[in-house]
Design a protein around this ligand. Structure first.
Ligand code: ATP
Length: 261
C-alpha cells in the first residue's frame, strides 16, 4: 500500500501568540486506510488537519498528499467538523450541492448535468437514512440528521481524502454510535482515505485501522497502533475484552502524554 498522506518532521508555529503547535511531527497514512488521531486537548490535532489539507503550511518539514507536496488547499479533500455548518437558507439538498458549485470538474458540468448531480445527492442522502430530508432546511433536522447531511456534503464531490475533525463530538452517545455505523458503511462502500480527529477513544478504536496518539503541545506522534479487528465491525465489538484492552492502552498513553508535558 502506498502512503497517501505523509507528514515528515513537520513543525508549525502560529504567528498569533507565537504558539509552537506541532514539532517533529511524523505521520504516514496509507491509501484507503481509516486513520484516527487522538491526544490531549490543545496538542495540535486540528493543526495537523489544517497542515494535511493545505489550510496552513509548516515552517519546517514536508507534507505530501497523494504523491504531491502540499503548497495550496488540497482539492481532493472533503471535510466535516463538530458543527455541521450547513447554510440555514439552503435546503439540505442545496447544501449538499455546495462543493459542486466550487470544485472542478463539477463546477463546469453542474449547469448542464444538474439532474445527474441531484440524483447522486439524493442517493447519498438515502444511503445515510435521510431519504426525505433533501427538501427540508437544516433547522428542520435533528442534530444527528444535520451531521449526516454534513458527511454527505463532504463526500458529494467524491474526495480521495476525507478529514473529520470531531464530527460526532456534539451528539448524544446513542446518536454518535449510529453515526459511527454510517461513516463505517460510507468508508466500506467508497474509495477514500479517512483521517479522523477525536477525543473519543472508543470511537477511534471502533472505526480506525490505525490510531496515532499525540503528545501534549507541541504535538508529535508518541504512539501508533494498528487495530486489526475484521470488517465489517459491529457495535457488539465495543463490549469485548479485546476492544476494552485497546481503549485502556490508549487512555494510559494519553494520560502519560498529559503528565509529561
Ligand atoms: N489560528 C490560530 N492562531 C493562533 N494559535 C492557534 C491557532 N489555531 C490553534 N492555535 C493554537 O495552537 C495550539 C494547538 O491547537 P489545535 O486546535 O491544533 O489543538 P487541538 O489538539 O485540535 O485542540 P482541542 O483538542 O482542544 O480541539 C493551541 O495552543 C491553540 O491555541
Amino acid at each position: 500500500m502506498r502512503p497517501f498522506v505523509e507528514l515528515t518532521d513537520v513543525s508549525h508555529t502560529y504567528a498569533t501568540g507565537a504558539t509552537l503547535a506541532v514539532d517533529g511531527l511524523n505521520l504516514k497514512v496509507n491509501e484507503g486506510e481509516f486513520a484516527a488521531v487522538v491526544g490531549p486537548s490543545g496538542c495540535g490535532k486540528s493543526t495537523l488537519m489544517k497542515l494535511a489539507t493545505g489550510l496552513q503550511f509548516p515552517q519546517k518539514g514536508a507534507v505530501v498528499v497523494d504523491g504531491r507536496e502540499v503548497t495550496a488547499p488540497v482539492k481532493i479533500a472533503g471535510m466535516a467538523f463538530q458543527a455541521p455548518t450547513l447554510l440555514p437558507w439552503r435546503t439540505t439538498l442545496e447544501n449538499l450541492m455546495l462543493p459542486l458549485e466550487i470544485v472542478e470538474p463539477h463546477r463546469s458540468r453542474l449547469r448542464r448535468h444538474k439532474a445527474e448531480y441531484v440524483e447522486k445527492a439524493e442517493a447519498l442522502l438515502e444511503s445515510v437514512g435521510l431519504k426525505d430530508a433533501g427538501s427540508k432546511f437544516p433547522w428542520q433536522l435533528s442534530g444527528g440528521m444535520q451531521q449526516r447531511s454534513s458527511l454527505c456534503r463532504a463526500l458529494i464531490h467524491e474526495p480521495k481524502l476525507l478529514m473529520l475533525d470531531e464530527p460526532f463530538g456534539a451528539l448524544d452517545a446513542f446518536t454518535r454510535e449510529e453515526l459511527w455505523c454510517v461513516i463505517r458503511d460510507l468508508h466500506a462502500r467508497g474509495n477514500f482515505t479517512v483521517i479522523l480527529v477525536t477525543h473519543d477513544l472508543r470511537e477511534a478504536t471502533f472505526l480506525a485501522d490505525r490510531i496515532f496518539c499525540m503528545s501534549s503541545r507541541p504535538g508529535r506522534i508518541i504512539a501508533e497502533r494498528e487495530v486489526g479487528f475484521a470488517r465489517p465491525r459491529d457495535l457488539e465489538l465495543t463490549y469485548t475484552q479485546e476492544f476494552s484492552a485497546i481503549v485502556h492502552d490508549l487512555r494510559a498513553r494519553i494520560a502519560e502524554a498529559r503528565t509529561t508535558a
